[in-house]
Each structure stands twice: as C-alpha cells, then as structure tokens.
Design a protein around this ligand. Sequence first.
Ligand SMILES: *Cc1c(COP(=O)(O)O)cnc(C)c1O
Length: 370
Amino acid sequence: MPRPIGARIDLAALRHNYLLARRRARAQEPGARAWAVVKANAYGHGLLRAAAVLGEVADGFALLDLDDAVTLREAGIRQPILLLEGFFEADDLAVCAAHRLSVVIHRIEQLQMLRRTALPVRLPIYLKFDSGMHRLGLNRQQLPAVRRELAELTAASLLGPVTLMTHFAEADAAGGASCIAWQLDRFARIIADWPEAADLPLSFANSAAILRYPQTAHAWVRPGIMLYGGSPFADQDAASLGLQPVMTLYSRILAVQEIEVGERVGYGGTFVAPRPTRVGVVACGYADGYPRHAPTGTPILVAGQRTRTLGRVSMDMLACDLTDLPAAAVDSPVVLWGAGLPADEVAAAAGTISYELFCALARRVPVVEV
Ligand SMILES: *Cc1c(COP(=O)(O)O)cnc(C)c1O
C-alpha cells in the first residue's frame, strides 16, 4: 500500500473560479477577456489538468515556458496563449510563430529580434511597461525607441496586434485605491506623448485587482491565484470572495503517542508538552511540499476537526495535537489544507502565501481529480 497521502483537485471549483474572475471583469468591461494564468504547472495543480477543464471556457492561457505553450497546443488548446516573459532569444521566434503564440515584450531587444527575424506570421504583442514595480517592463525613456521599432515593424508589415500591459506591485495591500493609483498615474505618464496608444487595448489586472479594483479590468485581465481558490489578500478570506478551494492536500494519522508533561516532540524538541498530550503523527512532511517553517500551532484538520501542529515538520511526517480529539486515532483522515481548511490560513501561520504552498506540492504526492 502506498503512503496514505494525496492531493485532490476539484475541477468544478477551478472552472467556477475562472468564470467568477471573468464575470467580475465583464461587470466592468462587457467585452473583457480573461487569460487563465497557468504558469508554474498551473500553480502546482497540473498544467494539462487545468487546461483540460479550462479549455472549454477560457479565453486564453498565460504562462512562461515555450515548452509548456507547445504542450498546450499539442494537447489541442486552440485559444490564444501568452508568454508572460516573451521569448528569450531570436531562435524561439520560429516556435512562437508555428504555434501562434502571443508574446510579452518587456525589452527593446525583443522588438529588434522580431524585426530581424521577419517571421511569416505577425505575432500579437503585449508591450509591457514598468509602472513602478521595477521588475520587468519598458520605461518612459525608452518610449521613443519603442515607437521607432514599432514604426519599422509596421513598414515591413511585421507588426501584429498590440496590447499595452503593466503589472501591479501592491494591488493586494490594505490601503485602498492609492495602492494602484500611483502606478496607473505612472503608466499614463509613460504613454502621454504617444497619441496612438489611446486606442490600444489594455491588460492590467491580476487577481487582486480584478477582485478589489474592477475599474482596472480592460480588454484582458490576468487572474492567477484566484483560479486556484486562493485569496490574494491577507485581510480577506477566499470564501468571502466567492472562491472555492481547488487543491486539498490530505493524509492520515500514522501513529499516536501519549506523552507526559515536559516531554518534547520532534527534531530539536521545540515543542514541550505543557499537559499530558496525545500526539498524532501525520504522513506528510516537507518532502511532500508542506512548509518546513510552519511553526507549532499551524492549523490542521483531523477527522474533520480543527487542531494544531506540534514541533518541527520532518521530511516525511509532522505531529499534531489530538489531546482534545478523543475520537481521533490511527488512520483518522487529515486535511493539511483545502476543503475545510483554507490554504491561506495555513500559509499565514507559516509566514508565506498560498501561492507558495500550491507551487511547492511535491511530485511524489499522488494527485486525484474530482
Ligand atoms: C503571475 C502573474 C499574474 C497572476 O497573478 P495572481 O496574483 O496570481 O493573480 C498576472 N500577470 C502576470 C504578469 C503574472 O506574472
């Protein structure tokens, strides 16, 4: 018998969350379309699994790796596919053309590569501007050079449809609309001297912006974490946003230890029993993707009841407190996160975000779809 651990992926919830994201965007902008962001193996949920269920409804798929884009095409995905970091070298362009990919352009050099390669098809391009996050994007000083390159591409009949894009650094922060207003201001200033820009479609919003600042929903929105049922916000839970959990990481109790006051649990003995304690040992550890830095007190469900972890997380196991759960015993079902225990709560206890928990799900954990 294999270890009793697994991850359940709720496909109907994924679809529900996608449709909710698009509905939110369309309430603001009736023609809005939504890229399903499926980078990082669909945030750990499985690229092809996500594509299979979203393939029926999604307007397009956004990801990073050229190979993943080709995988989606080979799986029969016909919608637009957007490479969020664009192509990395000129040699990638033939593949982009063969598979009709849309590409983000965040450096002038990418426009130059496009011009010199003279592809037989005109790729849709997403000009990404750096409005203050200072990660990827073109800036105001580069705008004249961008416009020159666009003019040359146009003259050579090489320019495909252009969309303008930027990314918010703190749409998830508490603090209201000022968290995005400064970036919208900078974006407006970047394109202020470019009259034609006013007619181009825009793509701004990630999950946080879709949910909290629907005024940023334009031609295309880019929901990621919300598709997977995670809340982008520290101060608002996923259920209150209408989102449904997609991934449930589950396991079972492997062993139960009854320990005396003052006895210690796990590596380093960081948990010291303040009372006689029933310790449940769960078949799940950091090699399964559970965060090693989750401290004593991280929430966990045993037999449907909430309790807390005890001591350090080991590679293959972790401990939890069964003292107040007399019915819990060897083989009792455990939920590490998902249905009944929001991943966001576990993540917050461990000082991280649900994005990281989902992406870290280890390959050795068997996945079942429901
Ligand atoms: C990952 C990513 C998104 C999705 O962000 P979420 O916070 O997960 O909604 C959107 N746009 C870009 C450019 C991204 O890299």
